[in-house]
Ligand binder design. Sequence first.
Ligand code: C2O
Ligand code: CU
Length: 465
Amino acid sequence: MTQTRRDVLRMGAALGIGTLTPNILGATTSTPTLLTAKRTNIQLAPSDYPQTEIWGYDGQTPGTMIRVRQGDRITRRFVNELPQASSVHWHGLRIDNAMDGVAGLTQEAVPPGETFDYDFVAQDAGTYWYHAHNKSVEQVARGLYGPLIVDEPEPVDVDRDEVLILDDWLLNPETAQLDPNYSSRHDQSHAGRRGNYITTNGTANAELTVRASERLRLRLINAANARIFPLALSGLDGWIMAYDGMPLERPEKLDGRFLLAPGQRIDLFVDITAEAGETANLIRFDDGEGYSQVAFSVGDSAASKSRRGTPSALPPNPNMDVSDVATARTFDLHMEGGAMGGLRNAEFDGKVMSFRQLAAANQFWSFNGVVGMTDTPLAELTSGETARVRMQNDTVFPHAMHLHGMHFRDVFEDGTLGPLRDTLLMFGDETREIAFVAGRPGKWIFHCHMLGHTASGMATWINVT
Ligand code: C2O
Ligand code: CU
């Protein structure tokens, strides 16, 4: 008896029964699924190079794929094992503002050694991604991103479904380590940090084995800090099915090049037209040269089906109508700054500074004369209200404008609307107008997804009440 009690006590001490008591008594606390950000070494460069230290979710880059069915709940306990504070943003998902993961706006950054519980419902089907949203210019460049796929309720008629995350890494050519100057003055005042080593799903030689006549769904995600990928298909017939997760009403037959800007996604259906023994390619253009971004080597075995015709559209996501555009309030967003721009001065940190003073603070860009986030939002909106933003890019650089929590449509000059997107690529000196319906209440950041630009001024927010 005494011995038994002592044994029980000893076990109790070892297990720390005091803290476990609620579970032992049958409380319904299930173990949370962890998403752990940590440092790790991987063979990123070719095998004759040393390993590269990266930061990845669950020690990988891209991080673990999160894949659920439309309407499912996603819960993740984010565990920060990095030497820096961090947070996780679920790019493109319509979720509660408190779960949006923007450090300093929707939550405090999670300090090293601490955790944060994310919990939301994936109401929209499509291709999304998650990434760090604190010091993103550094943390995303180090590898902190992963795919988030929400499947349609009914299976889609394709033979296979492939997620392809494109990235570029700025590696030291000898050591294969990431260039540690994440806030380079030159990069931030120009096109952003562009890498010298381009990968798909973490490998420079992405290759898939396919069968003739197969139909594939390719989910392209651009996780690069600043690189715009000009892409094309060879040996493949393709259709654009969705932009930024949202299905097109009519699939668009691909003919020639298309662009994938940082933060953007494109869902393609591609039919293998190359013959057995041949190789089809997703081609990337770089300085006028074409390179294989992904090779599809066509095996001998016959496809399960003969060629299909034009695909029918993917099912639309719920409540995506942008109506009342004609009567909506319009807000102006004047984008200025950068090298070779005309910005003379702007407000930063509550003070008006000359461009030279801003440059000394490593700040180069302004929205409506203000550099970076302030207490004043670009727009105060009521949930359900349609709003328009007229964006004038008075810089010589392209910018990939990303609105959190809402998808928008281009408003063209003739009044027609473009496809739903969450990230819009604007070229130098271009003016574009978008319209969207204010979503859930909260503070929604609106920023350039060239992450060095975000860090040096290109961020504002929209307040929805
Ligand atoms: Cu994909 Cu604010 O980010
Ligand atoms: Cu930009």
